[in-house]
Design a protein around this ligand. Sequence first.
Ligand SMILES: Cc1cc2nc3c(=O)[nH]c(=O)nc-3n(C[C@H](O)[C@H](O)[C@H](O)COP(=O)(O)OP(=O)(O)OC[C@H]3O[C@@H](n4cnc5c(N)ncnc54)[C@H](O)[C@@H]3O)c2cc1C
Length: 488
Amino acid sequence: MALEERRRIVTLAGAALDALRRDMRGEVFTPGDAEYDSARQAWNLHARQSPAVIALVADVADVRTAVRFAGANGLPVAIMRTGHGVVAPCNGGLLLLTERLQGVEVDPATGIARIAAGALWSDVLAISLPHGLVPLVGSTPYVGAVGYALGGGMGWLARKHGMATDSVRAFDIVTADGELRHVTAETEPALFWAVRGGGGNFGIVTALECQLYKVDSLYGGNLFYPIEQAPAVLPAYGEWVKTLPEEFTTAVLMLRLPAMPGIPPQIAGQTLCVVRGLYDGEAAMGEALLRPMRAAAELVFDAFGPMPASELEKIASDPIDPMPVASWTETLRDLDAATARTLIELMESAPDAPFFAIEARHMGGSMAIQAPLRASAFSLRDASFVLFTYGLLADPALEPAFTRYFAELATALRPYTTGALYYNFLSDMDTTPERGRATHTPAYRRRLDAIKAVYDPANMFRYNPNIAPGDAEDAGDAGDERGAPRFA
Ligand SMILES: Cc1cc2nc3c(=O)[nH]c(=O)nc-3n(C[C@H](O)[C@H](O)[C@H](O)COP(=O)(O)OP(=O)(O)OC[C@H]3O[C@@H](n4cnc5c(N)ncnc54)[C@H](O)[C@@H]3O)c2cc1C
């Protein structure tokens, strides 16, 4: 920990902290408190952080109190719900935990949900599914709905309904001045635009309202092939997705699975090539659309079929319990034969982790539309495939191997990547200011910097792919946010 950060911890141990404890309904922990270690722990056990103070807020008033305290004491603020997305660990700042801000309400008539910052997508699904409504949840429902949606939010209905952030209609946010603002496209268009795609850079969202969607029949799951079939499957997949309607959202993976209970015996302990996804429509049409991939190569296990919305999480079967994960992201121009060959070579040289994946998620469809209503700071609209590589750091000795591997991967893929990056897939092992900036086009970035300068001039919310307060370029002029951004 840097000297300045240590000094902050020591200086804080006085009257100011007593006042914070007194003024908050929730709890405050500092190093040495029994709860400090478990409170600072992120879901990703690799992302270790040493905050000067932890505020486990109980309500919105607590959020305001904690932010004012941080402002008065010169503390930067990190926001955490589950810790699936700790990109910049909170060392020396105030770590604000949102888990007690609970509450989900669904209006079945409009399909609008109001979701408090502490809710996971699983909490939303528990309320929405009985009404036949689903949110734009991603591969796991055990992430914070708010954090996921602010960073973009790419799920199995994304080609049909767009990024989750496109479906956000309003939010309440506590900004760096400690004020609570209700933000819509009408009330504060610049902030409404920036937070949807700019993540936690502008304040603490205490609740958001978003559109949910009716689903009737779903056809989803996985086709598992032996890894030897990857040279046939990957290019076939690259061609196949070009024929798909936007109701079909898919991904292709090369995946090394451990042999452990809970994994189907047909695939446990094996390295596989996988095509997975979800078709929002009748099974017969889903089956017909999938036929080319069923025929592309010999299958080890066919786990694609009709499925209820309550089983969406089974498509990816992401791990639920906290674990140390190493990950890296890129954006591919295409999935042609040359790209496929490079990905296969990268799979062959992957670190020796018991669980490892190279995944390419197919974009396009509604994700590509920057329609007036949707205009947001999410700027990865023209990508074809987002690549996400991740592995289990089962042994700390694997960390240097992963660091080396990610650098090699970035170099090997350079001819095939766009240079743009997906905000939600950055990680604590994949973070430099340059890569943070690559989450938005330069024009979007200038606009974000300018809005940041208005709402967070001291860069209080910096534990992110950071948007630094830049030259204030037209931040207050929000007249165009409901149309295509004028600066694009
Ligand atoms: C196993 C796994 C699967 C994933 N699958 C997908 C997927 O399918 N699609 C996808 O798009 N992403 C996916 N992600 C990425 C995930 O959506 C992001 O990591 C997201 O940020 C998690 O939100 P969280 O609040 O749970 O995480 P946290 O680590 O608690 O928060 C991450 C960041 O979100 C911001 N944030 C959180 N809460 C608030 C708030 N109330 N106000 C303002 N900012 C806030 C902060 O900047 C914070 O640093 C996945 C990640 C993992 C590890």
